[in-house]
Design a binder for this molecule. Structure first.
Ligand SMILES: NC(=O)c1ccc[n+]([C@@H]2O[C@H](COP(=O)([O-])OP(=O)(O)OC[C@H]3O[C@@H](n4cnc5c(N)ncnc54)[C@H](OP(=O)(O)O)[C@@H]3O)[C@@H](O)[C@H]2O)c1
Length: 256
Protein backbone atom coordinates (compact mmCIF):
# COMPACT_ATOMS: atom_id res chain seq x y z
CA UNK A 1 0.00 0.00 0.00
CA UNK A 2 2.87 2.39 0.81
CA UNK A 3 4.53 1.58 -2.55
CA UNK A 4 2.12 3.50 -4.72
CA UNK A 5 2.35 6.62 -2.54
CA UNK A 6 5.18 9.09 -2.81
CA UNK A 7 7.67 8.69 0.01
CA UNK A 8 8.29 11.96 1.79
CA UNK A 9 9.80 13.63 4.85
CA UNK A 10 8.28 16.63 6.63
CA UNK A 11 10.63 18.99 8.48
CA UNK A 12 9.41 21.95 10.50
CA UNK A 13 11.73 24.88 11.11
CA UNK A 14 13.59 24.08 7.89
CA UNK A 15 14.53 27.69 7.08
CA UNK A 16 17.66 27.69 9.27
CA UNK A 17 19.77 25.87 11.85
CA UNK A 18 19.06 22.23 12.62
CA UNK A 19 16.01 22.03 10.33
CA UNK A 20 18.00 23.08 7.28
CA UNK A 21 20.76 20.62 8.19
CA UNK A 22 18.23 17.81 8.65
CA UNK A 23 17.03 18.34 5.07
CA UNK A 24 20.58 18.07 3.70
CA UNK A 25 21.34 15.01 5.86
CA UNK A 26 18.10 13.19 5.00
CA UNK A 27 18.80 13.74 1.31
CA UNK A 28 22.14 11.94 1.74
CA UNK A 29 20.83 9.11 3.89
CA UNK A 30 17.34 8.14 2.82
CA UNK A 31 15.55 7.22 -0.33
CA UNK A 32 12.87 9.94 -0.46
CA UNK A 33 10.94 11.55 -3.27
CA UNK A 34 10.09 14.84 -1.56
CA UNK A 35 11.00 16.78 1.56
CA UNK A 36 8.33 19.19 2.73
CA UNK A 37 10.18 22.18 4.16
CA UNK A 38 8.07 24.12 6.63
CA UNK A 39 8.75 27.54 8.24
CA UNK A 40 7.64 31.16 7.89
CA UNK A 41 10.55 32.54 5.81
CA UNK A 42 9.70 31.39 2.30
CA UNK A 43 12.85 32.88 0.71
CA UNK A 44 15.06 30.69 2.93
CA UNK A 45 12.94 27.63 2.14
CA UNK A 46 13.20 28.30 -1.62
CA UNK A 47 16.96 28.66 -1.28
CA UNK A 48 17.20 25.32 0.54
CA UNK A 49 14.89 23.61 -1.96
CA UNK A 50 17.18 24.73 -4.80
CA UNK A 51 20.17 23.16 -3.02
CA UNK A 52 18.56 19.71 -2.87
CA UNK A 53 19.53 17.60 -5.87
CA UNK A 54 18.37 14.02 -5.31
CA UNK A 55 15.12 14.91 -3.55
CA UNK A 56 12.50 17.47 -4.50
CA UNK A 57 12.27 20.17 -1.83
CA UNK A 58 8.75 21.52 -1.37
CA UNK A 59 8.71 24.88 0.46
CA UNK A 60 5.64 25.34 2.67
CA UNK A 61 5.29 28.77 4.26
CA UNK A 62 3.36 28.32 7.50
CA UNK A 63 3.28 29.97 10.90
CA UNK A 64 3.12 27.08 13.35
CA UNK A 65 1.91 29.26 16.19
CA UNK A 66 -1.46 29.36 14.39
CA UNK A 67 -4.12 26.80 13.59
CA UNK A 68 -4.10 27.97 9.95
CA UNK A 69 -0.38 27.21 9.76
CA UNK A 70 -0.88 23.66 11.00
CA UNK A 71 -3.82 23.18 8.64
CA UNK A 72 -1.78 24.18 5.57
CA UNK A 73 0.35 21.06 6.11
CA UNK A 74 -2.46 18.69 7.02
CA UNK A 75 -4.63 19.86 4.08
CA UNK A 76 -1.74 19.26 1.68
CA UNK A 77 -1.30 15.76 3.16
CA UNK A 78 -5.04 15.10 2.90
CA UNK A 79 -5.00 16.04 -0.78
CA UNK A 80 -1.83 14.16 -1.77
CA UNK A 81 -1.99 11.21 0.66
CA UNK A 82 1.79 10.64 0.77
CA UNK A 83 3.63 7.96 2.69
CA UNK A 84 5.34 9.99 5.41
CA UNK A 85 8.57 8.13 6.07
CA UNK A 86 9.99 10.85 8.34
CA UNK A 87 8.46 13.63 10.42
CA UNK A 88 10.88 15.99 12.14
CA UNK A 89 9.24 18.32 14.63
CA UNK A 90 12.06 20.81 14.92
CA UNK A 91 10.63 24.37 14.81
CA UNK A 92 11.10 26.11 18.12
CA UNK A 93 12.45 29.15 19.88
CA UNK A 94 13.28 30.57 23.29
CA UNK A 95 15.59 32.99 25.01
CA UNK A 96 17.12 33.45 28.40
CA UNK A 97 15.41 36.10 30.54
CA UNK A 98 13.81 36.66 33.90
CA UNK A 99 10.29 35.21 33.82
CA UNK A 100 8.63 38.52 34.77
CA UNK A 101 10.43 40.35 31.96
CA UNK A 102 9.00 38.14 29.21
CA UNK A 103 5.80 39.20 27.45
CA UNK A 104 2.71 37.00 27.82
CA UNK A 105 2.31 36.77 24.03
CA UNK A 106 5.92 35.63 23.71
CA UNK A 107 5.35 32.76 26.15
CA UNK A 108 2.04 31.86 24.59
CA UNK A 109 3.58 31.71 21.08
CA UNK A 110 6.51 29.71 22.43
CA UNK A 111 4.21 27.11 23.94
CA UNK A 112 2.23 26.99 20.67
CA UNK A 113 5.32 26.43 18.51
CA UNK A 114 7.42 24.27 20.86
CA UNK A 115 4.62 22.12 22.32
CA UNK A 116 1.25 22.46 20.61
CA UNK A 117 2.57 22.32 17.04
CA UNK A 118 4.51 19.02 17.42
CA UNK A 119 1.60 17.37 19.25
CA UNK A 120 -1.11 18.48 16.81
CA UNK A 121 1.01 18.00 13.69
CA UNK A 122 1.96 14.48 14.76
CA UNK A 123 -1.70 13.71 15.48
CA UNK A 124 -2.75 15.05 12.07
CA UNK A 125 0.03 13.32 10.10
CA UNK A 126 0.17 9.92 11.81
CA UNK A 127 -2.50 8.56 9.49
CA UNK A 128 -0.02 8.92 6.60
CA UNK A 129 2.71 6.94 8.40
CA UNK A 130 3.15 3.20 8.64
CA UNK A 131 5.73 0.49 9.44
CA UNK A 132 9.27 1.86 9.35
CA UNK A 133 8.19 5.50 9.59
CA UNK A 134 10.31 7.65 11.89
CA UNK A 135 9.41 10.64 14.03
CA UNK A 136 12.12 12.86 15.50
CA UNK A 137 11.15 15.47 18.06
CA UNK A 138 13.75 18.10 18.81
CA UNK A 139 13.91 18.74 22.53
CA UNK A 140 17.09 20.05 24.19
CA UNK A 141 19.52 19.45 27.02
CA UNK A 142 17.27 22.05 28.68
CA UNK A 143 14.74 19.21 29.04
CA UNK A 144 16.84 17.54 31.76
CA UNK A 145 16.37 20.15 34.50
CA UNK A 146 14.22 23.09 35.62
CA UNK A 147 16.10 26.15 34.36
CA UNK A 148 15.62 29.48 36.14
CA UNK A 149 15.86 32.38 33.62
CA UNK A 150 14.94 29.91 30.85
CA UNK A 151 11.95 28.51 32.70
CA UNK A 152 9.23 28.34 30.05
CA UNK A 153 11.57 27.15 27.28
CA UNK A 154 13.07 24.39 29.46
CA UNK A 155 9.58 23.26 30.49
CA UNK A 156 8.44 23.04 26.83
CA UNK A 157 11.43 20.81 26.09
CA UNK A 158 10.74 18.62 29.15
CA UNK A 159 7.20 18.15 27.78
CA UNK A 160 8.62 17.06 24.42
CA UNK A 161 10.99 14.57 26.06
CA UNK A 162 8.27 12.86 28.10
CA UNK A 163 5.68 13.05 25.31
CA UNK A 164 8.11 11.42 22.87
CA UNK A 165 8.99 8.50 25.15
CA UNK A 166 5.31 7.83 25.84
CA UNK A 167 4.32 8.12 22.17
CA UNK A 168 7.22 5.87 21.14
CA UNK A 169 5.88 3.17 23.44
CA UNK A 170 2.35 3.51 22.01
CA UNK A 171 3.58 3.40 18.41
CA UNK A 172 5.88 0.38 18.88
CA UNK A 173 3.09 -1.94 17.75
CA UNK A 174 2.83 -0.02 14.47
CA UNK A 175 6.64 -0.13 14.08
CA UNK A 176 6.86 3.67 14.02
CA UNK A 177 9.88 4.93 15.93
CA UNK A 178 10.06 8.15 17.95
CA UNK A 179 13.50 9.61 18.63
CA UNK A 180 13.93 12.58 20.95
CA UNK A 181 16.92 14.69 19.95
CA UNK A 182 18.44 16.59 22.89
CA UNK A 183 21.11 19.00 21.63
CA UNK A 184 23.24 21.08 23.92
CA UNK A 185 23.93 24.72 22.99
CA UNK A 186 24.86 24.86 19.29
CA UNK A 187 25.74 27.52 16.72
CA UNK A 188 22.49 28.27 14.92
CA UNK A 189 20.30 31.39 14.78
CA UNK A 190 19.12 30.28 18.25
CA UNK A 191 22.54 31.11 19.74
CA UNK A 192 24.17 33.56 17.38
CA UNK A 193 27.56 33.39 19.11
CA UNK A 194 30.71 32.58 17.17
CA UNK A 195 32.48 31.62 20.41
CA UNK A 196 33.44 28.01 21.06
CA UNK A 197 32.62 28.36 24.77
CA UNK A 198 30.24 30.68 26.59
CA UNK A 199 30.31 30.78 30.40
CA UNK A 200 31.97 27.36 30.62
CA UNK A 201 29.40 25.86 28.25
CA UNK A 202 30.86 24.37 25.09
CA UNK A 203 28.99 25.50 21.97
CA UNK A 204 28.53 22.43 19.77
CA UNK A 205 28.72 22.05 16.01
CA UNK A 206 25.12 21.65 14.74
CA UNK A 207 26.29 19.52 11.78
CA UNK A 208 27.64 16.85 14.15
CA UNK A 209 24.43 16.92 16.19
CA UNK A 210 22.27 16.38 13.11
CA UNK A 211 24.53 13.66 11.65
CA UNK A 212 24.27 11.75 14.94
CA UNK A 213 20.52 12.34 15.15
CA UNK A 214 19.94 10.83 11.70
CA UNK A 215 22.16 7.83 12.56
CA UNK A 216 20.17 7.34 15.77
CA UNK A 217 16.83 7.70 13.98
CA UNK A 218 17.88 4.99 11.53
CA UNK A 219 18.78 2.75 14.48
CA UNK A 220 15.31 3.62 15.87
CA UNK A 221 16.83 4.85 19.13
CA UNK A 222 14.61 6.51 21.74
CA UNK A 223 17.02 9.37 22.40
CA UNK A 224 19.85 11.04 20.51
CA UNK A 225 22.49 12.95 22.44
CA UNK A 226 25.69 14.28 20.90
CA UNK A 227 28.84 15.07 22.87
CA UNK A 228 30.27 14.37 26.30
CA UNK A 229 29.02 17.65 27.83
CA UNK A 230 25.37 16.88 27.07
CA UNK A 231 25.71 13.21 28.07
CA UNK A 232 27.24 14.30 31.37
CA UNK A 233 24.45 16.84 31.95
CA UNK A 234 21.87 14.14 31.40
CA UNK A 235 23.61 11.72 33.76
CA UNK A 236 24.17 14.25 36.56
CA UNK A 237 20.63 15.61 36.33
CA UNK A 238 19.22 12.10 36.65
CA UNK A 239 20.91 11.78 40.08
CA UNK A 240 19.69 14.98 41.71
CA UNK A 241 16.35 16.17 43.12
CA UNK A 242 14.69 18.91 41.06
CA UNK A 243 15.04 21.46 43.88
CA UNK A 244 18.83 21.07 43.86
CA UNK A 245 18.99 21.07 40.06
CA UNK A 246 17.01 24.33 39.92
CA UNK A 247 19.31 25.90 42.52
CA UNK A 248 22.47 24.96 40.63
CA UNK A 249 21.00 25.84 37.23
CA UNK A 250 20.04 29.28 38.59
CA UNK A 251 23.74 30.18 38.55
CA UNK A 252 24.27 29.36 34.87
CA UNK A 253 24.55 32.36 32.56
CA UNK A 254 23.09 31.18 29.26
CA UNK A 255 24.33 32.55 25.95
CA UNK A 256 21.79 34.95 24.41
N1 LIG B 1 20.72 25.90 18.88
C1 LIG B 1 20.66 25.41 20.09
O1 LIG B 1 21.52 25.68 20.91
C2 LIG B 1 19.56 24.46 20.47
C3 LIG B 1 19.81 23.57 21.52
C4 LIG B 1 18.82 22.68 21.88
C5 LIG B 1 17.63 22.64 21.17
N2 LIG B 1 17.41 23.50 20.14
C6 LIG B 1 16.13 23.40 19.43
O2 LIG B 1 16.40 23.11 18.07
C7 LIG B 1 15.28 23.52 17.29
C8 LIG B 1 15.78 24.28 16.08
O3 LIG B 1 16.41 25.47 16.52
P1 LIG B 1 17.76 26.01 15.89
O4 LIG B 1 18.79 25.93 16.93
O5 LIG B 1 18.01 25.37 14.59
O6 LIG B 1 17.40 27.56 15.76
P2 LIG B 1 17.00 28.45 14.52
O7 LIG B 1 18.10 28.49 13.53
O8 LIG B 1 16.53 29.73 15.13
O9 LIG B 1 15.77 27.68 13.85
C9 LIG B 1 14.46 27.74 14.36
C10 LIG B 1 13.51 27.34 13.26
O10 LIG B 1 12.17 27.35 13.80
C11 LIG B 1 11.34 28.05 12.88
N3 LIG B 1 10.23 28.70 13.57
C12 LIG B 1 10.27 29.51 14.66
N4 LIG B 1 9.04 29.98 14.91
C13 LIG B 1 8.20 29.47 13.98
C14 LIG B 1 6.83 29.60 13.70
N5 LIG B 1 6.03 30.41 14.42
N6 LIG B 1 6.31 28.90 12.65
C15 LIG B 1 7.10 28.13 11.87
N7 LIG B 1 8.41 27.96 12.08
C16 LIG B 1 8.95 28.63 13.11
C17 LIG B 1 12.26 29.10 12.25
O11 LIG B 1 11.76 29.46 10.96
P3 LIG B 1 11.09 30.87 10.55
O12 LIG B 1 11.68 31.93 11.42
O13 LIG B 1 11.45 31.02 9.10
O14 LIG B 1 9.63 30.66 10.75
C18 LIG B 1 13.54 28.29 12.08
O15 LIG B 1 13.53 27.57 10.88
C19 LIG B 1 14.38 24.33 18.21
O16 LIG B 1 13.30 23.52 18.63
C20 LIG B 1 15.28 24.66 19.39
O17 LIG B 1 14.56 24.81 20.57
C21 LIG B 1 18.36 24.42 19.77
Amino acid sequence: MTNERKKIAVITGASSGFGRLFALELEKNLDLEEIWLVARREDKLNELASMLERVKGIPIAADLSTEEGLNIISEKAKKEKPFIKVLINNAGFGRSEEFCEGEEKYYSDMIDVNVKAPVILTRKLLKYMSESSMIANIASSAAFAPLPYFSVYAATKCFILNFSYALGEELKERDISVTTVCPGPAQTEFFKTKEKKVNHLKIEDPVKIVEKAVRDMKKRKRISIYGSQTNLLRFVSSLMPRSLLAKIAGHIKFPK
